[in-house]
Design a protein around this ligand. Structure first.
Ligand SMILES: [Zn+2]
Length: 266
């Protein structure tokens, strides 16, 4: 059972000792806009924790903009140069919001522009995953953060985000579905159901990442410790390979670090 802690550096520095002693055996460390604190990386590595670096893939409006391709290549090469054990790529898809309000899914995805009109988005994104795989040595594992929709339920969403999980499967070692159940207006049971769904698609290393507070940040936190415990239990149900907590910074912010540590150590 692998237990990941996502470390964001949201409020500046993070105490390496607290992270190392949290009970997590693997880290997902944010490397979106700047490199992570080398002190934390070194100490965590010496303590035997697996180092995973997380980053967005590109910054342009459109994934099909040729600049996006260049940004992806630069970003991956840079992450490889930092020599992590794992790379977790985020937003390697067309941009768009995917949270729900109640039953209603908010379809607010990048509209066709001069770069992507008449383009099959899933073809482009699948090719990008292939490109990324080939930029990463076999010694570094590649994973990605997945939007937790089932293609059969939301075919339009797959088409617009360009995420075709059956085709991406062959390019990656790991998948982490973002099962922020409260953000998508679902009960905790959606977590294990979605892991089963991915298992059915052929994924063999699945790490559901769960929220520890209500998001986005402007929401008051109505997410109880009891519900967090239940979400954790759902996350570790077979065939899951473990769990990831999003994030350590959120846990500290909401005074939930003790419960997150207790679950990581359990
Ligand atoms: Zn476009």
């Amino acid at each position: 059972m692998d237990k990941y802690l996502f470390v964001e550096f949201k409020h500046g520095k993070v105490d390496p000792e607290a992270v190392i002693n949290s009970g997590a055996n693997k880290l997902m460390i944010a490397a979106y806009t700047k490199d992570p604190d080398p002190n934390l990386v070194e100490k965590a590595r010496s303590a035997g924790l697996t180092i995973g670096l997380c980053s967005g893939a590109y910054r342009e409006e459109c994934a099909a903009n040729p600049k996006s391709r260049q940004q992806i290549i630069r970003k991956i090469k840079h992450l490889v140069s930092l020599n992590p054990d794992e790379i977790w790529i985020d937003r390697l898809r067309f941009h768009g919001r995917w949270e729900t309000k109640g039953e209603k899914v908010i379809y607010q995805v990048h509209e066709a522009c001069r770069f992507c009109k008449n383009l099959n988005r899933a073809d482009l994104i699948t090719d990008y995953f292939f490109l990324v795989r080939n930029l990463i040595p076999a010694s570094i594992k590649l994973g990605f953060f997945a939007v937790p929709f089932m293609a059969e339920v939301h075919p339009e969403y797959r088409k617009k985000l360009g995420f075709d999980y059956r085709r991406i499967l062959k390019s990656v070692d790991m998948i982490s579905p973002m099962l922020y159940h409260r953000m998508i207006g679902q009960p905790v049971s959606c977590i294990s159901e979605y892991v089963q769904y991915l298992d059915g698609l052929g994924y063999r290393y699945i790490i559901p990442i769960i929220q520890v507070k209500d998001m986005p940040d402007n929401l008051p936190d109505g997410y109880s410790v009891d519900e967090l415990k239940r979400a954790y239990q759902e996350a570790i149900k077979p065939p899951s390979s473990g769990v990831a907590f999003f994030t350590w910074d959120h846990a500290q912010e909401r005074g939930k670090d003790e419960i997150v540590v207790a679950l990581l150590r359990s």
